[in-house]
Design a binder for this molecule. Structure first.
Ligand code: ADP
Ligand code: MG
Length: 446
């Protein structure tokens, strides 16, 4: 095989592990310099790329390359002289862009969430100002202005967008080490590390970052061992003046099942909420989203969407996409608004039973399979009963059907579960809040 073809093959096998097409097109441009004595040498354009390859994908790369070159033992990276000599400015800028992208991806960030495409209004002013304060402090090399920064809101109001915008901005402007991680992924990592007896390694791994962003921290509730490890990671970071940024669907005092010492740590930082945008703010958001897509819509359609969709920004965006499709077809505002009215009215509950099981499971730290099995630990039984209740309430499934969906349970078991949950809801305000949070999650999938 010709040597450069070999590299093309390696990159395309690696492709599965690299999600960005831009990034892999960049990898394709790397040249193999030599393959001697079981060592492959790659010529890379600059020191950043070299570091990125060494630190981030060296292991994967060796593994993939070994399938084509079984004798391979190591990969070395040299900075290509040829490229350096004639590096035109434009290409360098492009390299930098690829590189930012590579860092953003490897930090777990989605580059599409930026401050530039984040609309600021009264509804999110405080959260935005806090996010900016964090960015500015780090850009000036100052200490974290507050630790942690804790942002909360109902679903679809921009927490993830804002958190990731902070990370993306600090990578682009300061090349800081950022790690963004959704809490369910984080807790899974902790649980795996406990199982494999390498919690210390994990704690160490999380010391590497200057900025640690954990999204939807409420998922840590009810998981004691996980909270222990989290607490250590959290304290290490705060002691070393690293920045912690958290989001949640509730303020700390409303998160049930977290240790008091953790709650008080959360409350020791800055807490900012995001509300629902007003009509004018919704219009501003719609206009920005149109501009981003390079599209236009007559103002009566935009006003219709702004007036009718009052749930959250994610749904506002969903409505806009529908409007664009319908308008392209109908070419008339009136007809488009008529269709949209029908769609919004019958806003069919499209969430599937499986999705409900997944959401309930995730909320309580179980897999869908756990819910279906026969195990009877207390927490699992409760989660299972909640799933039954919500399948009934949200999808009006029959009792026997719910039984079948939950691993062939008897319909009387389902009936008992629904009644018991209803009873608890009447008695216990906190339980009601908890179930509302789960329902809200389910509704965000409608
Ligand atoms: P959350 O994490 O609170 O559930 P997301 O951050 O996922 O919400 O936001 C849902 C959608 O709404 C995303 O597509 C996001 O880009 C968009 N969005 C939220 N807030 C804003 C904003 N202020 N300006 C522009 N888009 C926003
Ligand atoms: Mg989110």
């Amino acid at each position: 095989m010709e040597i450069q073809t070999l590299w093309q093959n390696i990159v395309s096998s690696l492709g599965k592990k690299i999600s960005s097409p831009l990034l892999s097109s960049w990898l394709y441009s790397i040249k193999i310099e030599s393959f001697e004595n079981d060592s492959l040498t790659l010529a890379v354009p600059n020191i950043f790329v070299k570091e990125w390859l060494e630190k981030k994908i060296n292991k994967d790369l060796i593994q993939v390359a070994q399938t084509l070159l079984p004798s391979l033992k190591e990969i070395k990276y040299t900075i290509s002289k040829e490229k350096m000599q004639r590096a035109p400015q434009k290409e360098e800028a492009l390299d930098q862009q690829f590189l930012d992208l590579a860092w953003q991806r490897s930090a777990g960030l989605n580059p599409k969430y930026t401050f530039e495409n984040f609309v600021v209004g009264e509804f999110n002013q405080l959260a935005h100002a806090c996010a900016q304060a964090v960015v500015k402090s780090w850009q000036k090399g100052l200490l974290p202005p507050y630790n942690p920064l804790f942002i909360y809101s109902k679903v679809g109001l921009g927490k993830t967008h804002l958190l990731e915008a902070i990370g993306n901005e600090l990578i682009k402007t300061k090349k800081l080490k950022v790690r963004y991680i959704p809490c369910p992924t984080f807790t899974n990592k902790i649980i795996a590390s406990i199982r494999e007896g390498r919690t210390n390694e994990l704690i160490e791994e999380f010391q590497e970052f200057s900025i640690l962003i954990i999204d939807d921290i409420e998922f840590i509730a009810g998981k004691e061992r996980t909270q222990d490890i989290f607490f250590q990671i959290f304290n290490n970071a705060i002691e070393k003046d690293k920045q912690i940024i958290l989001s949640s669907d509730r303020p700390p005092k409303a998160i049930k099942g977290i240790e008091e010492r953790i709650r008080s740590r959360f409350e020791g930082g800055m807490i900012a909420d995001i509300n629902m945008p007003s009509y004018e703010e919704r219009i501003a958001i719609l206009e920005l989203k149109l501009k981003e897509r390079g599209k236009n819509l007559p103002s009566d359609i935009i006003e219709f969407l702004g007036r009718e969709i009052k749930t959250n920004i994610r749904e506002l965006e969903g409505g806009l996409i529908k409007a664009l499709i319908i308008f392209e077809h109908e070419k008339s505002s009136q007809k488009t608004i008529k269709r949209l009215t029908e769609i919004l009215k019958t806003s069919e509950k499209k969430v599937s039973p499986d999705k409900i099981l997944e959401i309930v499971g995730e909320f309580y730290g179980f897999s869908k399979e756990d819910l279906l099995c026969q195990r009877r630990e207390k927490n699992l039984v409760l989660a299972r009963q909640i799933a039954m209740y919500l399948l009934r309430k949200k999808l009006s499934l029959s009792l026997p059907e719910i039984g079948v969906r939950l691993g062939n349970k008897d319909h009387t078991t389902v009936k008992y579960a629904c009644e018991k949950i209803e009873e608890n809801l009447k008695k216990d305000v906190n339980f009601r809040k908890e179930i509302e949070a789960v329902e809200e999650r389910i509704e965000s999938f409608y």
